[in-house]
Design a protein around this ligand. Sequence first.
Ligand code: 5CA
Ligand code: ZN
Length: 420
Amino acid sequence: MRTWTPPRIPELPGSGQAPRLFNTATGRLEHPPVEDERATLYVCGVTPYDATHLGHAATYLAFDVMQRAWLDAGIEVHYAQNITDVDDPLLERANATGVDWRALADEQIGLFRSDMHRLGMIPPADYVAVTERIDRIAEAVQRLRARGLAYPVPTDDASPGAGDDLYFDTRGAEAETQWRLGDVAPYDRELMELLSSERGGDPGRAGKRDPLDPLLWRAARDGEPSWGTVLGLGRPGWHIECAVIASEALGPAFTVQGGGEDLVFPHHEFTAAHATALTGTPLAHAYCHVGLIAYEGHKMSKSRGNLVLVSKLLNGGADPSAIRLGILAHHYRQEWEWFDGDLEVATRRLRAWREGIERVGEDPANAAAVLQRLRQALANDLDTPVMLATLDAALDRGVDDPALIADAAMALLGVELREE
Ligand code: 5CA
Ligand code: ZN
């Protein structure tokens, strides 16, 4: 898939450190290994049925800043992201509104691309829609089946000749591979069953070997999109899509698998399980998750409809750098609520910084020391609130090298201090 034009990232003198990051799978701050000064990052992309909301923006912004930290440390980054362009909620929305699902997906992908570009996000090198990889995904399910890790569940409503739905054998995978349930998600079984039912799974479906076993392949149903593949007519399950797209783009054991906190279970648990079964190697070294953003008292979600759309803020005249600052005022792992006044607060901060950079103070802050403090905070699990406080203090005084601070704000935070 086409991406968007990359932002300008100024070169800074010297270099930062590779960041320590919180790994959900171990519950610790770690330095995920970066081989040959090259980090590999996969971030789960959108299901394109409703335009980019601030929750999405917060997730992609956290991984944008993670890349800026690596780049500033002299580490090259290979970034991949998917688009879940065939999935139940997208199809439901298309049916409900009488729009063709492909047209809906195309329109929303276009909007997402434009929002990411306007927000100055680093684009992925591999931007892969599920519909571009159906055959590869079906072949992967076939390989799991050949290994005895995929099994059919009787499917009486499939289209004629479409076969049965296929499920992943969780217990079989635990016996045959290095993966164990709970390797990614630090949750007990009861919570896993609850989350599975809330997040696209079907723990109550009859005929499964374990209630948690996730769908690998959905046999065609009348009125649903399907593809003819080695498995017959059907479409892929959610986790196997990301397992195949991520492993093909980045290879096994890449540096970081990322997404919002709502993807820890079942999505990232089973993406890791499938990939381990397919490649013999764990999916990633670290699993990083962004705290969910709420609005009007609830997690911002397309299904609830309590959305603050990025395009609406931008079209209403919001400065992209102010939107970034509104989000970066919170640590990425924190769960927080967006209030309508937040944009005004962020805009005031941006204005103060832009004035501060022009100020010739009596006792200006030493820009090189400010840069060092910014780099330290960034390397400490992307501590953007500390970075913002550092710049508040420095720009309140004025700095002895404004160009360096403007470049640092742009390179490390993607915040533009020089107005065009
Ligand atoms: N297509 C799947 C991933 S393969 C998906 O979750 N799509 S999504 O459109 O629902 O979300 C896209 C990304 O935004 C995911 O990483 C998700 O975890 C994140 N996200 C969704 N809602 C929020 C929220 N309220 N706060 C923070 N991140 C969110
Ligand atoms: Zn995913």
